[in-house]
Design a binder for this molecule. Structure first.
Ligand code: GMT
Length: 374
């Protein structure tokens, strides 16, 4: 198939999933065309089946807000026509689904019928999408898509709760490339960070409010009182300065390292003992799956789709949002030398259930089905 993928090119989960999906499809022989405003962060391989088309937005003094959606729709029209695409798959509803709808209508006037698949990722539904500023457009563009997928049962249910959706939403969970995300021997790295064999806790996120990064710091501070440990903070975002200040105030700064945005997060996960995800909202929790694939158990909240991934008492523990003390107790239990090996093993076993090779065929099926229905 000739597949167009539209996504955010950033380190965010939806962009990562879209890019990894495109790479996996290219390996299977499909021609995959990425359409976005800059090179996707994870589009790091050369393949004769992968193409990248940049959306260029001309600047003009009148535009206080450059009309990205229009430039994107125009680019989609261009690429669908000239690359003879069979299907367009847009990741994250806003504004990709409505831009795709517009492109589809334009293409119709040229005698081309292109199926649109929209994948809902989380905040496009649970946070931004349901805001009155966007809701009518989100509802409309989901209903106009030829196929709709959501990354968890929880996100599917929330979409039906918040919006008047007439379409069937298929759940296709996120997936992991177990070749890339596996525990690597990084003893020298571990020694440099935790010279006295301290336990290593890790958090990765975009440091936004929904991630409750303050809970991460407070959990760590209490675990550290009981077990010698260090915390590695991967990623960057608006809450980072506040968190650095909090670490200073709590007197734990020497045991916390803020590493910023990293390409090879699997290297950090390879030396970790525990992953913390106390999020307020999380449609799936891809970062937790990446940790599990590197044999790292997860202490998480029960937000959104997390409990569909992190099995309470098996791959880690799941607690109500904000239950810091419970998360501390659970973390101490997992980190105990008698328990840690079993949790690590279970985490890896669970990650195998989300192997890219199991999930990508589900996308191929929906592409083929919608193409046949045109
Ligand atoms: O977590 C974020 O804020 C980024 C966001 C995105 O759209 O890039 O992630 C969402 O999509 C990921 C991939 O499907 C999911 O694993 C995340 O759980 C989801 N985030 C939220 O629902 C908050």
């Amino acid at each position: 198939m000739r597949i167009g993928i539209v996504c955010y090119p950033t380190f965010g989960g939806s962009g990562v999933v879209a890019t990894e999906l495109g790479k996996a499809l290219a390996i299977k022989g499909h021609k995959v065309h990425f359409i976005t405003y800059s090179q996707p962060a994870r589009l790091d391989i050369f393949s004769e089946n992968l193409f990248y088309h940049e959306v260029y937005i001309p600047s003009y003094p009148l535009f206080q807000y450059p009309p990205y959606e229009l430039a994107l729709a125009s680019k989609m029209v261009d690429i669908v026509r000239f690359e003879k695409l069979d299907v367009l798959h847009v990741h994250y509803a806003i504004p990709h689904a409505s831009a795709a709808f517009m492109a589809k209508q334009i293409l119709r006037t040229k005698g081309i019928n292109i199926p649109i698949i929209t994948t809902l990722h989380g905040t496009d539904i649970t946070l931004v999408g349901k805001d009155a500023s966007f809701e009518p457009v989100v509802t409309f563009s989901i209903n106009q898509s030829d196929g709709v997928t959501a990354v968890s049962d929880s996100l599917r249910a929330e979409t039906y709760d918040y919006f008047q959706i007439e379409k069937d939403i298929q759940v296709i969970p996120n997936f992991i490339n177990l070749e890339k995300f596996k525990r690597q021997k990084k003893e020298h790295f571990r020694l440099a960070i935790a010279a006295n064999n301290e336990k290593l806790l890790v958090h990765t996120s975009n440091f936004r409010g929904v991630k409750r990064v303050e809970d991460v710091i407070r959990i760590f501070a209490k675990v550290r009182e009981q077990i010698p440990s260090k915390l590695l903070m991967v990623g960057d975002g608006p809450d980072r300065p506040k968190m650095e200040k909090l670490c200073r105030e709590l007197g734990i700064f020497q045991d916390v390292r803020f590493l910023g945005k990293l390409e090879a997060v699997e290297e950090v996960l390879s030396i970790a003992d525990l992953f913390l995800m106390p999020s307020e909202k999380e449609s799936f929790g891809l970062a937790a799956l990446e940790a599990m694939a590197c044999e790292v158990p997860v202490i998480s909240s029960n937000a959104g789709g997390i409990p569909e991934l992190n099995i309470d008492g098996v791959t880690g523990f799941v607690s109500p949002v904000g239950a810091v003390d419970e998360m501390v107790q659970n973390a101490l239990h997992v980190l105990h030398d008698d328990n840690l090996p079993t949790f690590k093993e279970n985490a890896l076993k669970r990650a195998h259930e989300f192997d890219v090779d199991k999930i990508v065929p589900l996308y191929e099926e929906i592409y083929q089905r919608t193409i046949n229905e045109q």
